[in-house]
Design a binder for this molecule. Sequence first.
Ligand SMILES: [Ca+2]
Ligand SMILES: [Ca+2]
Ligand SMILES: [Ca+2]
Length: 365
Amino acid sequence: MFGPIVLCLGLLLPPWCGANGEQCGCPPEFPNAEAEYTELANGFFVGYSCVEGYESTISELTLGCLEDGSWSTGNIVCSVPDCGQPPEVPNADISEGETSIGSTRIYTCQSDFYMWGEPNSITCLEDGSWSDTTIGCHLVINVALKRAASQSSTHETCEASNAVDGGKRDEYLYCSHTKEDDPAAWWMVNFGAEAVVIETRLANLDIFVGTDATHVAQCAHFDGPGGPSSIEMILCTAPVSGRFLRITGGGADCSSLSYKYPILTLCEVEVIGFFPTPIECDAQSFQCLTMLCIPISEQCNQVDECGDYSDEEGCPCAAGWFKCPDTFDCITGEWVCDGIIDCGSGADEEECGSSLYRNLKSDIL
Ligand SMILES: [Ca+2]
Ligand SMILES: [Ca+2]
Ligand SMILES: [Ca+2]
């Protein structure tokens, strides 16, 4: 009788894989892997590796023919190389697509975030890894808010910090103001760390020229919020990275006026940009949305130390008090619908006839 004839398809048959059924018979086959047989003094071995164009997480698999006539066990999975899911970038979305070699995926930043670094896309390389990118998506904020400001000279109490206090009142006492005898007026803010500036918004900027503080004439004016036109926005030609921003009075054309030196008056300067390197606050500090660090004790104290109210957002008012939705101030419930505006926006006097507010009032009183 003949023994069973075993055909090992696709493999070059070694003498011990076949007709006589000796030893272990044919070794297992794995898709897209090629086998190489070796006969050593201590037995038969077969090594597997992936055919060209395929890859495995293990470089090679070796099985041996055991004394009981079976092959030792093992597995090799050969597949087309793939980069896997592309790396996530915080606050970025990534385009849909393949993960195979040559695939390209594109990052876009979510709204309110600005892309910094390059390139904005990654490609799956031959070695199964994604190409590098340095991009990050950064929250766009007013990097000047409540930062240290200085100016070439100060008229009365019109300090440089008035221009970065978050208030946009245009009476000059609430603005920064240089002296009338200052031959080269400038104002400067220190962001405290390297920032990227995209745009500068000047609210109620006046450039005056005069012989003294009371005898001045306006030579340039930019309206801010509440003025007849929208806030003046000065876009950088391209985003600029730096730690200081300086505004000088010398650039205005005051030639039609007979006064000697320009006076620089800035009611509010908003510097729109971001900090490319995150600013870490210490454990005793609270971090404002503008990245400013303030003492934890100043969080929820009903004073806007951050300048954007981010230290007062989400803080509860005491029972019987009403939270103004714009300034996050707490006002006593008795002031709701009493005919006097107590919240900046007048929210405590809005819709007083509606059941919503009647209920609100009865809820908090
Ligand atoms: Ca101000
Ligand atoms: Ca506070
Ligand atoms: Ca009221």
